[in-house]
Design a binder for this molecule. Sequence first.
Ligand code: B1M
Length: 212
Amino acid sequence: METLEIIRKAIIEGQAKEVEQHVQAALDSGMKATTILYDGLIPAMAEVGRLYEEGEYFVPEMLIAARAMKTGLGLLKPFLVEGNVQPLGKVAIATVQGDLHDIGKNLVSLMLEGAGFEIVDLGVNAEPQKFVDAVQQQQVNVVAMSALLTTTMTRMKDTITALDAAGVRGKVKVIIGGAPITQAYADEIGADGYAPDASQAVNLTKRLLAAS
Ligand code: B1M
C-alpha cells in the first residue's frame, strides 16, 4: 500500500500511533507537508464523515479518528508554519458557540500563522462576547469564525450583532467558514468574507486587510 493510503486508512481507523509513524516516515522521505495534508489527512476525515452519515460510524469512532488526525497535524505543523518577521495582522479565531469541531479551525489558524498573521486562538464553543472581548482588549484586526453544524452557524450572525452592539464592528474584518457555510450565507449575515478552505482563508484575509 502506498504511504498516503496507509495514512488515510490509519486515520479512518483511528490508529494514532500508525498515523504518527507513517506521517513521520513520509516527511523523512521528503514528501511535502501540504501533500500529506491535502492528499492524506483531509480526505480521510471526509471519509469518516461519510461513514458516520451512512450509520457505519458513531460519535466515538469520529472522536478517535479526530484524535488520530490531530496527531498527524501536530507533526506537520512545523512545516506549515514557518518563522516570520513582522505580523501581517492579528486574527481572533474560534469555533462558534455550541460547536466543538476544531480541526478545520486549527488548520485555518495554522495556515494564517504560517502566512505571517498573529493568532489569538479563542478555542471552541466561543460565545459572541468572547469575540467582542478579543477586539476590545487585544486589538485584533480580523474575527474568524468556524462552524461545522447547521445548528451552530446561526451563532455567526449573533457574533456580528454583538460586535455591532459593542460599537466595534467597524474596527474589524469578519471572515467565516466551515462545511455548511456559503458565500450567500456570508452575504446574508453581513460578514466581510467567506473561504471554503484554509488556504483560501489566508488569501481572503490578506485581500481584506490590504483593501482596508
Ligand atoms: Co461531527 N458532525 N458531530 N464530530 N463531524 C459533522 C460536522 C457532520 C457533517 C457529520 C455527518 O453527519 N456527516 C455532522 C453535522 C451535520 C449538520 O450539522 N448538518 C456532525 C454531527 C451531527 C455531530 C454531532 C451532533 C454528533 C452527535 O453528537 N450526535 C456532534 C456535535 C458536537 C458539537 O460540536 N456540539 C459531533 C461531534 C463530533 C466529534 C466531537 C466526535 C468530532 C469532532 C472532533 C474535533 O473536531 N475535535 C466530529 C467529527 C470529526 C466530524 C467530521 C467527521 C469531520 C470534521 C472534520 O474535522 N473535518 C464531520 C463530517 C465532515 O465534515 N465530513 C462531522 C476535517 C476538517 C479539516 O474539515 O472542519 O470542514 P472542516 O474544515 C475545512 C473547511 O470547512 C474550512 O477549512 C477547513 C479545511 O481546509 N474551514 C474554514 C473550516 N473553518 C473555517 C473557517 C474559515 C475558513 C474556512 O474562516 C474563518
